[in-house]
Design a binder for this molecule. Structure first.
Ligand code: TXE
Length: 495
């Protein structure tokens, strides 16, 4: 038990255990063994963290800082993330099973969120209105909301925390961050950087524990002004309903069943790579996974052949090795869910063209691995085409023409992303317009940036992250009226 790492939460600038003293274990999905224990935060801990965030919002140093000074702190945090990128990446690989090759890239990129929103902090300007009332002056102010509860999932903890923290802090809010119980370690290590960067105590708090315990307590807390949540659709709906009961601001980034659409006029080799990165990167555990591959009938068989040939070469194994291409599934429930969807697809009559089972390759050891799986003969009404699997499982669906591609592409409850592979400019514009998704990629897939607004249409979410849209999700507009009339008008008449 001695080499098991013990973590503490961060509340009001102090490293603390859970109030009840309880902990839970975190597993390394490659070894299948417990490697760390985390505090099992309680309702009381949620109260303490929210109280600290509220105090930091209303008194002390934070509310006195200018927007420019907040920007400096954010940029300092970005520098510190860059400095600690290697060790944070290693923690994420151990806790989450993400590939070191991907985490290295991701953590080099994460600082950009702090630099971008640090720069944006002092550029959110109100307006002077040419108001229609004589002898009145009117202007607007964009003000922070207050205490933000940021709830993150297990698939990309530090990246998704940055998507929330950077705009929320730039806007002047204070935060309680709760990472997923499956992958809390990196966020707790991250917490050490907040103090180093110079954020006053209580501005950013990090609590850990189960979603139905401390997660629910945060969303129900009357002093939480805004909830920003990334996670599964069912939990998202519950969080939305809880937020609605107190009319809190809520933004949600939920699942997807994104179509990756391949036309017969595409560059086929590029499209094959795009299809593979859409579904097998990050072991398919991404909300933007291109899990429905729509292929035009005229090239269907040739394309599937090329796709399967390339996907078959994917190297699985230890995520710490730089040449591993497909790592383990992060959690045991997720592993079971993926295998059960593979059975569902088989039961529905889909044909396994690749994989279709757990991976028993020697290099996968005792880890939770699923073979990269390709199903053909899928029609869009099947559950495998309608429901999010969140794993390396691709459903190939044939289509006749543009019109049918749009119809099938949009025929799901989700609308997070879509890909289009074509050499036609006309078709690119039409598809970009007609696909009901928050992000549309043409001849590329999985591109995201701190500059580009990201979010869902339909049941994929509410609100936008990234880009200039994101900061306004953490602000509210105040209308200020001033009169310079020498005499106040008739009080019984509305002006
Ligand atoms: O997510 P949850 P889970 C999808 C994916 C996956 C499914 C379930 O399909 O199979 O969701 O994953 C916290 N009040 N995505 O169970 O439950 C929880 O502690 C407040 C897509 O891991 O949504 C964690 O911090 N919070 C997704 C966070 O919510 C609660 C990424 C997400 O957990 C809570 C991950 C409650 N009642 C999974 N219950 C994406 N959009 O990328 C749980 N939580």
């Amino acid at each position: 038990m001695s080499d098991i790492q013990k973590y503490k939460m961060l509340i009001d600038g102090k490293r603390v255990d859970a109030s009840g003293g309880e902990t839970f274990e975190s597993m390394n999905p490659f070894t299948g063994k417990t490697w760390a224990v985390m505090p099992r935060g309680t309702r009381e801990d949620a109260d303490r963290a929210v109280a600290a965030a509220k105090k930091a919002f209303t008194s002390g140093e934070w509310p006195k800082l200018t927007a420019t000074q907040r920007g400096h702190l954010l940029r300092k945090l970005g520098d510190l993330v860059a400095e600690h990128a290697e060790s944070l990446a290693a923690t994420e690989v151990r806790d989450n099973g993400k590939l070191l090759a991907e985490m290295g890239m991701q953590l080099k990129y994460v600082p950009q969120w702090y630099y971008y929103f640090g720069g944006l902090a002092d550029k959110i300007e109100g307006a002077v209105t040419p108001i229609d009332k004589p002898e009145h002056f009117h202007y607007t102010r964009h003000e922070p909301l207050g205490v933000v509860a940021a709830i993150t999932p297990w698939n990309s903890p530090l990246l998704l925390a940055a998507w929330k923290l950077a705009p929320a802090l730039a806007a002047g809010n204070t935060i309680v961050l709760k990472p997923s119980e499956f992958t809390s370690a990196s966020s707790l290590e991250y917490a050490a950087l907040f103090e180093k960067a110079g954020f006053p105590p209580g501005v950013i708090n990090v609590v850990t524990g189960y979603g139905h315990e401390i997660g629910a307590a945060l969303t129900e807390h009357p002093d939480v002004d805004k909830i920003t949540f990334t996670g599964g659709p069912e939990t998202g709906k519950r969080v939305y309903a809880t937020g609605a009961s107190q009319l809190k601001r809520v933004s949600l980034e939920l699942g997807g069943k994104s179509p990756n659409i391949v036309f017969d006029d595409c560059d086929m080799d590029n499209a094959v790579k795009g299809a593979i990165s859409g579904i097998f990167a990050a072991t398919g555990q991404t909300c933007i996974a291109g899990s429905r591959l729509l292929v035009q009938e005229s090239i269907h068989d040739e394309f599937v052949e090329k796709l399967v040939t390339m996907a078959r070469t994917a190297k699985m194994g230890d995520p710490m090795l730089m040449d591993t291409q497909v790592g383990p599934v992060t959690t045991v429930p997720q592993y079971e869910k993926i295998l059960s969807y593979i059975d569902i697809a088989k039961g529905e009559g889909a044909e396994v063209r690749l994989g279709g089972a757990k991976a028993t390759r020697a290099e996968c050891g005792n880890g939770y691995f699923v073979e990269p799986t390709v199903f053909t003969g899928v029609n869009n009404a099947m559950r495998i085409a309608q429901e999010e699997v969140f794993g390396p499982v691709l459903s190939v669906i044939p289509f006749k023409d543009e019109e049918e591609a749009i119809q099938i592409g949009n025929d799901v409850v989700y609308g997070l992303a879509a890909g289009v592979w074509t050499q036609s400019i006309r078709r690119s514009f039409i598809m970009a317009e007609k696909l009901r998704a928050g992000s549309v990629w043409v001849n590329t897939y999985r591109a995201v940036s701190y500059m580009a607004p990201f979010g869902g249409y339909k049941q994929s979410g509410v609100g936008r992250e990234n880009g200039q849209d994101a900061i306004l999700e953490y602000m509210q507009t105040k209308s200020v009226w001033m009169s310079y009339a020498t005499e106040t008008a008739n009080p019984f008449i509305m002006r």
